[in-house]
Ligand binder design. Sequence first.
Ligand code: CP
Length: 326
Amino acid sequence: MKSPNIQIRDDGRLRHFLSIEGLNYGLLNEILDTAESFAGVAEQSVKKVPLLRGKTIVNLFFEASTRTRTTFELAAKRLSADVLNINVDVSSAAKGETLLDTLRNLEAMQVDMFVVRHKDSGTAHFIARHVLPHVSVINAGDGRHAHPTQAMLDMYTIRREKGSDFGRLTVAIVGDIAHSRVARSQIHALNLLTTGEVRIIAPRTLVPSHVESLGVRVFHELREGLRDADVVIMLRLQRERMQGGLLPSEHEYYQLYGLTEEKLSMAKPDVTVMHPGPINRGVEMDSQVADGPRSVILQQVTYGIAVRMAVMSMAMQKKVAQDADA
Ligand code: CP
């Protein structure tokens, strides 16, 4: 029997945002359209809308983050929510408190949403299965499984750069696919948005088994895989998740897979270069490319705020509407 999709409410709206799998074309476009409607908030003299006023959002990060944690915080504040940032290193988790006990205690403070990052795959789903009925959970990255808001801000970036017809695009994802939650979520999102061709380019040791079943073309040679690409997404080597022995050396990796202007010339002249961050300059890409005219790496960070505003407001939509009716 198929297990119920806990991300979606009975009326088809978002309740949690845990992975791109289980969502559909309509919902993905609703997220992108809603993000577009929030993009202008940053241009206002008061960068706020009152949509989540009175709501409490908890950032629960058990793993390091610069971009995701801060843009979730900014997004929540721009929606007028109250935000708690739990510093896990100095929380009672460090004294042996279980994850469920931490959750129960935070729920006792009448919180409305958890934004969760954890090194273990499946943690956000686990939390979503245990929270109170009115609480929503957003996955901010779990192990090598999923990073759905990163994928959605990447889709938003592509739509901004290339227009909404994904069907005419060739998108190449380059690097450590095997350990990347970002790549997994991007591939699902690109497929749902009916992208013309999704390629992955990586050494054999960094390609997950059965990846072709995800509907991608696999290349092991960078120049070949970049040929006529519209969008190139570079990935970091996820050393923290590697067992060791998968790569010769960073120097050799850079020679073969590091993106330089010369290699990029294989792609279309108006190619867009992206990277979720953090970048390791001189490992996966050259600074000339990272800081060059075709790079939208910093725009991705900016767009992340509007996309996270969209996801948070959509997940709380029903509750906001119910509260307004009361
Ligand atoms: N892209 C991304 O997840 O970056 P952080 O680890 O800094 O959040």
